[in-house]
Ligand binder design. Structure first.
Ligand code: ATR
Length: 301
């Protein structure tokens, strides 16, 4: 019998006696790369696991997660649109999940459902692996939704010089600055908020930036959050433009390339956040056994 019913993509842990079962929950979920990434980590670390996919109905996350854990499932990754539902479902949150306001990793710890968030750590590790100096850098973060909030804490901990958040709605960017101002102060980071339109005014923003991260949902619909003038202002050949979307050269990335900047999509972040989740579930001592950069290279080839 096929372990995963492709009609409803439900991974039932009780079908795998003696094997630790994990899954990613989302909607849609059919094209998720998480199963292949985790199976590769398991092979590298000589761990016997099964990692499947669960497509939950909107409003059906808690029921899906409950039945997964009740059937003996060991851990879940959570993706769009359920990261807030996962935070509510978790009985205990790690400090970084609290700060992110979202959960992408669930497992049972001391008899309780624990919620963590590995997205920001994944982004930082991917940036460092690509040779980007975050410490002392001037960073522009585009977007103020869940994806942006999830990475602010780990970015601040790297002590950049400045973190500017620009969003279509500047009020939402301001809310995030207020939420993180204590952490920014602790790490000596100057944090500011602006509307996307302000990026067209060179004097107001002291551009260009060394690192520009697109955490808006614009890339999903082939749009860029940046007008031509804003892109002209913020990118220079010494900029690095990172789009959290993966699998294509987005309009945002094309704008950066036109200014001579280096670019990256978010596939490395996906692999690195998965590596963090794998080590949380299977044991930090396996960190030397897995090679996320090799898995990333395999996915790209
Ligand atoms: P996510 O969890 O992916 O961050 P979200 O919380 O709905 O999703 O946030 C979407 C983000 O993308 C927001 O910052 C949104 O801007 P607004 O807060 O002003 O709505 C941004 N966004 C979405 N489409 C965009 C577009 N076409 N141009 C610019 N920003 C866009």
């Amino acid at each position: 019998m096929s372990p995963t019913n492709s009609a409803d993509m439900y991974t039932d842990p009780s079908l795998f006696p003696g094997v630790d079962v994990y899954a990613v929950v989302g909607n849609p979920i059919g094209h998720s790369k998480s199963p292949v990434i985790h199976q590769r980590f398991a092979e590298q670390a000589k761990q016997k696991i099964y990692y499947g996919r669960i497509r939950a109905e909107l409003g059906g996350f808690t029921a899906a997660a409950k039945s997964f854990f009740a059937a003996g499932g060991k851990g879940l990754n959570v993706t769009v649109p359920f990261k807030l539902d996962a935070q509510e479902y978790a009985e205990v949150l790690t400090p970084r999940a609290q700060l992110a306001g979202a959960v992408n990793t669930l497992y049972i710890h001391n008899g309780k459902i624990l919620g963590d968030n590995t997205d920001g750590a994944g982004l930082v590790r991917d940036l460092l692996a690509q040779g980007i100096h975050i410490q002392g850098a001037r960073i522009l973060l585009l977007g103020a939704g869940g994806a942006a909030r999830g990475v602010i804490g780990p970015l601040l901990e790297q002590c950049p010089k400045q973190l500017m958040i620009a969003n279509r709605s500047s009020a939402k960017a301001g809310d995030l600055v207020r939420l993180f101002e204590g952490l920014a102060k602790t790490h000596g980071v100057e944090m500011t908020s602006h509307s996307l339109i302000t990026l067209e005014d060179q004097e107001k923003i002291r551009s260009p930036f060394e690192l520009v991260i697109n955490a808006t949902a614009a890339g999903l619909s082939d749009e860029s959050p940046l007008s031509a003038q804003a892109a002209h202002n913020i990118f220079s050949p010494s900029s690095f433009a990172y789009d959290m979307v993966y699998g294509k050269t987005t309009t945002f990335m094309q704008q950066a390339l036109q200014r001579g900047a280096r670019v990256s999509d978010g596939l490395g972040m996906l692999v690195e956040q998965a590596a963090d989740a794998f080590l949380i579930w299977r044991g930090a001592e396996l960190s030397q056994a897995i090679d996320p950069r090799l898995v990333l290279a395999e996915l790209r080839s």
